[in-house]
Design a protein around this ligand. Sequence first.
Ligand SMILES: Cc1cc2nc3c(=O)[nH]c(=O)nc-3n(C[C@H](O)[C@H](O)[C@H](O)COP(=O)(O)O)c2cc1C
Length: 191
Amino acid sequence: MTKIAVIVGSTREGSFNRALGNLAIKALESHGATVADVDLATFDLPLYSAAIEANAFPADAERLKALFAAQDGLLFVSPEYNGSLPPLLKNAIDWASRPTGGESLVALTAYRGKATAVMSASISPFGGLRGLMHLRQILSTIQTLVIPEQVLVPNAHAAFDADGNLTEALPATLIDMTAARLVAVARALAA
Ligand SMILES: Cc1cc2nc3c(=O)[nH]c(=O)nc-3n(C[C@H](O)[C@H](O)[C@H](O)COP(=O)(O)O)c2cc1C
């Protein structure tokens, strides 16, 4: 079974990215993945600080890192904040990038060699495109292979019906294409 974690970069009640993440989870499962739904609200992660790290590596940072390390692929579904990704998500990515247990500085055991993909829902007409460009760059820096497919849901406040489904066919189709490719690439890289 191909294992994929879905990480949603918003913990807001009524989050559009959570709605998008839920659809992505169903699509990934339909393509044969076993999905770990990562709710960042359930991880107690302080803002990264070298002093905190040196004193005692936070238990939840280690838990998040271990969860990522156990996957074949990672899907990030994130809002755009001021043209980039929210600090909630960057902080989580940063903690899980840190070496633990005598690893080398660049071990990147949570990330190296994994397939990743990105999606964003935004209330703007641009669908969070700028945030995803930054996220792609970060995911490459930490040695993951970011697939070219991606999903943008613009005007997110009007994009979902009461059941959390997308009203437009195009983004719904892109979720399926992106999920299929992520599972295929993650499986191939893990083989
Ligand atoms: C600090 C902050 C900055 C934001 N900057 C952007 C932005 O640059 N581009 C954008 O499309 N939306 C921006 N937004 C609006 C978000 O798209 C909107 O709040 C969205 O609902 C957040 O995603 P969520 O529903 O998953 O929480 C910003 C929101 C906040 C709180």
